[in-house]
Ligand binder design. Structure first.
Ligand SMILES: Cc1cc2nc3c(=O)[nH]c(=O)nc-3n(C[C@H](O)[C@H](O)[C@H](O)COP(=O)(O)OP(=O)(O)OC[C@H]3O[C@@H](n4cnc5c(N)ncnc54)[C@H](O)[C@@H]3O)c2cc1C
Length: 291
């Protein structure tokens, strides 16, 4: 450990109001800590700059999964284990459940939270492409009240978000209107378990009368933020799936991303894998979409 615990202060309010009250006192002074699976890595490396931590772990207001008529509302403090074990989420939002299954190992899934994954804002975070294609909305809370915003655009640049320093994410809202869609999610990493993505995809589509009626494709690890491939979607929407379309979509996707070389991979590899994943999705859509 490169950090000295004596230099840190941690408080654990018993209610959400207590937590946001503390954040409001001097915005930016207190850092929320949920499962701590990102924060404790920074702490151990001596890179945790904030000395005051407010624990939001186990706040009941953040821990439930509510099934409403038109959406499923996942508390931001829900763990990956809660998500992957929730029967309705698995049925209606299988790509979120898959990303929970392949995040870290079991210990990490018992502790890491969906809200933490969003706010940590890694471009390689596994749950974020699924949130993009499912048209997710976020409920943010502070002493000023609640606001509800679209998750698309929440990440404004590398590690930057629209969250104000006195705000918490309270819940992640998934609209229940994708049940008839074909979906495809995949994580490409060095190993199946305990690997950070080189590229990850979440894609949804629906075919009607042999043509692609609706399509949504998002990728992680290919840009400073999780990316929706709107140009690739535009190119394929309304078209019949054949070899030429698959090839055009693959090429468009590889050109649309903004990958970099880093310790896990190269930009060239990421572009090639992106094209292949989009082709894989369209081929699946052409078979399953007609079923
Ligand atoms: C061994 C290991 C393996 C991992 N594997 C993966 C992986 O495969 N895929 C992947 O995507 N990630 C992985 N991670 C990263 C991490 O587990 C996830 O990002 C996790 O979701 C973080 O959640 P947390 O609750 O632990 O966040 P914390 O560490 O508690 O917090 C992270 C950030 O989010 C903020 N925050 C947390 N909750 C809220 C909230 N409700 N409102 C506002 N701000 C909030 C905190 O202030 C902090 O800035 C791994 C980490 C480890 C240590």
């Amino acid at each position: 450990m490169r950090s000295d615990p004596k230099e840190y202060e941690l408080v654990a309010p018993r209610s959400l109001q207590g937590a946001v009250g503390l954040l409001a006192r001097n915005p930016g002074e207190w850092l929320p800590i949920a499962g701590g699976t990102d924060i404790m890595v920074q702490y151990a490396a001596g890179k945790l700059h904030s000395r005051k931590l407010v624990s939001i772990w186990n706040l009941p207001e953040l821990r439930s999964i509510e099934v409403l008529a038109d959406e499923i509302r996942v508390g931001a403090g829900c763990t990956y284990t809660q998500i992957r074990e929730h029967e309705m989420l698995g049925r209606e939002f299988p790509m979120l459940a898959s990303s929970a299954r392949w995040t870290g190992g079991i210990a990490n899934q018992n502790r890491g939270t969906l809200g933490g994954n969003i706010v940590n804002a890694s471009p390689a975070a596994d749950s974020l492409p699924a949130l993009l294609v499912y048209d997710t909305e976020l409920i943010l809370v502070s002493v000023r009240g609640e606001r509800r915003i679209s998750y698309a655009g929440f990440h404004t640049d590398y590690k930057k978000t629209k969250l104000a320093p006195d705000e918490l994410i309270q819940a992640v809202c998934l609209p229940r209107r994708f049940s008839g869609y074909v979906c495809h999610a995949r994580k490409v990493g060095s190993r199946t378990a305990q690997a950070i993505s080189k590229v990850c995809i979440a894609a949804l589509g629906r075919v009607a009368g042999k043509r692609i009626e609706d399509v949504r494709i998002a990728l992680g690890s290919v840009a400073p933020v999780p990316l929706r491939l709107s140009e690739t979607e535009r190119v394929v929407r309304g078209k019949a799936i054949d070899e030429a379309l698959v090839s055009l979509a693959s090429k468009t996707a590889a050109e649309e991303i903004r990958p970099i070389d880093d310790i896990r991979s190269t930009a060239k590899y990421r572009a090639a894998v992106t094209g292949n994943l989009v082709a894989e999705f369209l081929n699946l859509l052409s078979v399953d979409g007609r079923a």
